[in-house]
Design a protein around this ligand. Structure first.
Ligand SMILES: Cc1cc2nc3c(=O)[nH]c(=O)nc-3n(C[C@H](O)[C@H](O)[C@H](O)COP(=O)(O)OP(=O)(O)OC[C@H]3O[C@@H](n4cnc5c(N)ncnc54)[C@H](O)[C@@H]3O)c2cc1C
Length: 456
């Protein structure tokens, strides 16, 4: 963002442009752009969901000096070597759907757009090897045609696999496979920012400092992830008159003979804003389940025994995608979009009090508080939505969640919040000049950046 950084970035980009052309070049194009409109666009993400981040990282305040888009894996290490020589900060970016501002280029430099690394293949062992920029919608379609299911994908399914592993954590598939840190990744090819121009491969426990650390320890160039044999999935819409009835069924879902892929629930206030393909009664609580098709009768029995109704059971796979698109942060976004005048924010929460003491959870903030539920293997997760009355009022809720025994993570800050000490130790080796995604990695963040939700 300073003149000096801009000059160094220009010098580095002149070299980078040559990587894709001329004698000795790396085959495959590599684009470099300094178009201001494009720079502003790719320099922000979905942090606009947070009123706090809207103030702290509004679009246009922190803008990269250049966007570099490689198309071949080996180009990434080369780009980093040039940036290292010129002391240029580099911020990796996939589809830019992260909602914490964690891909904001605070110090300008290069925004590394990884969407050109989009090739992928299934191995004979049934794992998937994919370029970091491959989109999960594309991958899922292709591998299902070959009899495999992704272990997990977020509600932003069109985001990239590298961005999901670098910045996401959970989604459709989480009930069975937990989080991105729990065995999803078999191995990763990482490009460090150490001047080497090389990549290295990590697997097993050595993957830990590279998952959900926003690229501060190295750029994920290619990842190998586990898949499952493809199953038939059915999108099931159910409705209940009371929260307690809904909860009894929600907590019973892990007893189905095959674990569901997703189980999202909303109270009536959120129901009219959902993008459902069937008509939902806005006076009732909605629970939507992606159930393995052979368990639909079990689910029907559970729902009717619990006093609810099955509104629809749709066995078209596209309908399960629609259910995913109404999970996790999406219902919060739908409510914000429908009611901009309410200036809503959310906190990410987990723990049994969300099922058992919803009224106490609603007391955490003044004004109407809404609960969107998800199901984790060990209990419920939730987006708790309230009206924004300033950052301090938002933060004051955290000890109240603590007192209730509710795990909480604030999506209103951009600091690396998993395995921080290990990330710092790793980055000393892989990013000795501290040029990767600057401003995200610190042992002493100035705001509450805990992650005690029970998802790792
Ligand atoms: C409405 C909404 C719903 C969401 N739902 C979910 C959900 O269900 N589950 C969930 O986990 N998240 C969710 N998210 C957050 C986000 O969409 C996902 O985590 C998504 O998978 C991020 O992928 P991306 O390609 O958009 O990454 P980006 O936003 O581009 O990047 C995410 C982070 O990873 C870093 N990064 C990107 N690529 C790489 C790489 N190759 N190597 C290293 N670091 C990299 C970036 O610097 C950034 O810090 C949601 C967000 C929104 C706005």
């Amino acid at each position: 963002m300073t003149r000096a950084t801009a000059d160094r970035t220009a010098a580095a980009c002149a070299e980078i442009a040559d990587l894709g052309a001329g004698p000795g070049s790396i085959a495959g194009s590599i684009s470099v752009s300094t178009d201001r409109a494009q720079l502003v666009k790719v320099s922000s993400d979905w942090s606009r969901m947070s009123p706090v981040l809207q103030e702290k990282v509004p679009a246009g305040r922190y803008v990269a000096d250049a966007v570099v888009r490689p198309t071949r894996p080996e180009q990434v290490a080369q780009v980093l070597a040039v940036a290292y020589r010129h002391d240029v900060p580099v911020t990796p970016r996939g589809a830019g759907t992260g909602n914490y501002g964690q891909a904001t280029p605070f110090d300008g430099g290069i925004l590394l757009d990884l969407r050109g690394l989009d090739s992928f293949r299934l191995t004979d062992d049934g794992t998937l090897v994919a370029g970091a920029g491959a989109r999960m919608t594309t991958i899922d379609k292709a591998i299902r045609a070959r009899g495999r299911d992704l272990w997990m994908y977020p509600s932003t399914k069109s985001s990239t696999l590298g961005g999901f592993i670098g910045g996401g954590s959970a989604g459709t598939g989480t009930i069975e496979h937990r989080t991105t840190s729990d065995g999803l990744v078999v191995s990763a090819t990482v490009a460090p920012m150490d001047g080497s121009g090389e990549t290295f491969t990590v697997s097993g426990d050595d993957l830990t400092p590279y998952i959900h650390t926003y690229g501060v320890t190295g750029i994920l160039v290619e990842v190998e992830v586990r898949t499952d044999p493809a199953r038939d999935w059915t999108a099931v819409y159910t409705a209940f008159d009371t929260y307690d009835e809904l909860v009894a069924v929600h907590r019973g879902l892990t007893g189905l003979s095959v674990l569901p892929r997703l189980a999202s629930a909303d109270e009536p206030a959120l129901v009219p804003t959902l993008t459902a393909s069937v008509e939902l009664d806005p006076a009732r609580f909605s629970l939507r389940v992606i159930a393995e098709s052979s368990t639909v009768d079990e689910l029907r029995a559970l729902v009717s025994g619990g006093g609810g109704d099955v509104v629809a059971a749709l066995d078209d796979y596209v309908e399960t995608d629609r259910l995913s698109g109404m999970s996790y942060n999406h219902p919060v976004w739908f409510l914000q979009r429908a009611h901009p005048e309410r200036n809503l924010f959310h906190m990410e929460c987990s723990g049994e009090p969300l099922w058992d003491r919803p009224d106490d959870v609603r007391e955490v903030y003044d004004g109407p508080v809404h609960i969107h539920l998800e199901l984790f293997r060990h209990g419920p997760g939730a987006m708790v939505v309230a009206e924004y009355r300033g950052e301090q009022a938002l933060l004051d809720g955290i000890p109240r969640f603590d007192a209730l025994g509710v795990g909480v993570h604030s999506p209103h800050q951009w600091y690396v919040d998993r395995n921080v000490e290990l990330a710092i130790e790793t980055a000393r080796r892989t990013d000795p000049k501290g040029l990767l995604n600057t401003g995200k990695l610190t042992a002493t963040p100035p705001v509450d950046s805990r992650l005690n939700m029970g998802v790792r």
